[in-house]
Design a protein around this ligand. Sequence first.
Ligand code: NAD
Length: 487
Amino acid sequence: MTTVEQDTILRDVPLELFLDGAWRSASDGLRIPVYDPATGKEIASVANASVSDGIAAVDAAHKAGPGWAATPPRVRAEILRRAFEAMTDRTEKLAALIVLENGKTLADARGEVAYAAEFFRWYAEEAVRAVGTVQLAPSGANRILVVRKPIGVSVLVTPWNFPAAMATRKIGPALAAGCTVVLKPASETPLTALAIAEILMEVGVPAGVVNVLPSARSGPVVQAMLDDARVRKLSFTGSTEVGRRLLATAAKTVVSPSMELGGNAPFIVFADADLDAAVDIAMVAKMRNGGEACTAANRFYVQQGVAARFTALLAERMAAQKMGHGLDASVSLGPLVNAATREKVAQLVEGTVAMGASVVTGGSIKDGPGYFYPPTVLAEVPPGAPVLTEEIFGPVAPVVVFDDEAESIAMANDSEYGLVSYVCTRDLARGLRVAEAMDSGMVGLNRGIVSDPAAPFGGTKQSGLGREGGHDGLLEFTESQYIAVNW
Ligand code: NAD
């Protein structure tokens, strides 16, 4: 990529805090450098919100709250619909920006923009459907009327791996429900979030309804906002470790939490599966976003009899990936987001090989700029190996052999996480039986991608609380009020 290309992508991208409808520098003037993970070079710097900026954003969201909640749902819906259209129109620009700050490939980035924009379209349609209920009390004495009200000022905290979609998956339903928000994007990828703020301003979101505050001081800034009794909702997507800490903070003011946390997805291949299709599905489940997805297949369990063939086919496909800068359209695997992420992946692989696993392809870092890690397949992975117990977040596929259905279910559920599971089989009865036995919030049955704005996304166990997307996603930003009525 040339400097001219980079300058074109970054031209006119907002770099300040978006607070109360205006662009502002941080109260103490500090900034956060943003890097291109493919080169390791700084490409921009954005304002770094302080604690007082966080409180100023809560002030703005609180002030804008009653007006936004009273705005007719149809008007809110039409603003969200315009946001969908504006985002779609700007696909190429936003996709290039995502590649530049996150490192993913252009194809993945375009896919993300389409997925992200769909949350605005879906919640434009849901904004007019925050329906309540009415029923006769069992005693017959009165009516039970239940209405859905916006929960109030919402703090949204998002990760770097889907900088557009994780923001719109929260902003869409919050605005549809009538809530005002403060979004704190990940400090690795603030540019996309600020570009989305600009779109929302252009399509008519009133001042203070959406505030976007990048901050490298996440701990104190988010804590100060959660300690403020005017904040009623925390919607967090990120690691289980940080999620646990934020749940403890939210407990102090009894803030309603929605938590989309880490995953460790099992991918089960039965001997009756169409093996070529299973490899295609595996590539999608493993390699979308270069493995940097909470939904990424983390552990491959393959039935005895087809394991050697599946492993060979998967290794062939993995080895054929072209690594490079995501803006080169022929590239199918970009870098990991930063040096620490690559180091963690390398350590997981080394630890697993030290326990006796064999490397079928990949397995070691090559010299050069950027945070690249080669596509890797590991076989003979022993129980308890770190690649099986921890979230890999990189292009590494460990393969384990199982004998029968019961063993595959036990292995798949042997995790503290429960976000998503994948099952490949031609036998639909078995597929549904195993899917229901999975202790996870989502299952991909002969399918490597489950994310859909119309479906409830979320996990069981330590993968989180609550759901995003679908009608459930809207309800997370509402509170029901019950009125006992005599009429
Ligand atoms: P992270 O937990 O390090 O950071 C997530 C966000 O929290 C960022 O905005 C970060 O700045 C902020 N943060 C960090 N420390 C904080 C603190 N003490 N107080 C307040 N905020 C803090 O996660 P990450 O590395 O950005 O993202 C990767 C993780 O996100 C993975 O575990 C992945 O599985 C998870 N994830 C989950 C989903 C899902 O829907 N379940 C989706 C995408 C990513």
